[in-house]
Design a protein around this ligand. Structure first.
Ligand code: BG6
Ligand code: MG
Length: 215
């Protein structure tokens, strides 16, 4: 049976959290908003707009300024992304992708990011992917299951044949909601709801994935 392995990007394939942090910190300083690493942890897997709302902590901002802040943060983030390369692929991930292909399974991306394609190209991993769903593909962000369902559709596979790999609480929730088997990357208190959990993506064993979907 052909399985579809659907990967989140940030925190699973590469660790862009530090770049997001630097960009939000830059914006927060400019706007006179308080922000630190603890707040940044809450932004894992969260859409750009929702991230800004979390940083604003309920204080009001005009729609026009919200849009400008999102654009400016992204422009800053993109300058940081210019520097990424194959060296920023998390350990073991490329071998994992190769192993999945050798089994004849399919691979798709399901990321909240609108920079996902650019990042996969910079990492020189784009050719591994049969499908790519990103921040442009669906309206409702994670924890809604939409981006994962979109990704399964791109692979032409039913959700029951797909396995999601996620590092964010919102992402695990979304995958479970979509009826998919879920692999959590990170600590128990973050991704403990997943069917199986590893500390790092490089530790994922293909036989474990196979046994999540027997038959
Ligand atoms: C997710 C990140 O993958 O994408 C979030 O974990 C980020 O931190 C979100 O906010 C949206 O990304 P972007 O690149 O479109 O701002
Ligand atoms: Mg992530």
């Amino acid at each position: 049976r052909i399985l579809g392995i659907i990967f989140d990007l940030d925190g699973v394939i590469t660790d862009t959290a530090e770049f997001h942090y630097k960009a939000w910190q830059w914006l927060a300083d400019r706007e006179g908003l308080s922000f630190d690493r603890t707040v940044n942890e809450q932004l894992r897997g969260v859409s750009r707009r929702k991230s800004l709302e979390i940083i604003l902590k309920g204080s009001n901002m005009e729609e026009e300024r919200i849009l400008r802040c999102m654009d400016d943060k992204n422009a800053y983030y993109q300058t940081l992304l210019e520097g990424i390369s194959r060296q920023d692929i998390l350990p073991g991930v490329e071998d994992l992708l190769k192993g999945i292909r050798r089994r004849g399974w399919k691979i798709s991306l399901a990321s909240a990011s609108r920079n996902a394609r650019f990042i996969l190209e910079k990492l020189e991993l784009i050719s591994f992917f049969d499908g790519l769903s990103d921040g442009y593909s669906v309206v409702r962000p994670k924890p809604a299951p939409d981006v994962f369902i979109h990704a399964a559709g791109q692979l032409g596979l039913p959700v029951t044949q797909c396995i999601v790999v996620e590092d964010a609480e919102a992402g695990v929730k979304a995958a479970l909601e979509g009826g998919m088997k879920t692999v959590g990357i990170g600590p128990e208190n973050r991704v403990g709801a997943a069917h199986i959990r590893y500390d790092e993506p490089g530790l994922i064993a293909l036989d474990d994935l196979q046994s999540l979907i027997p038959g």
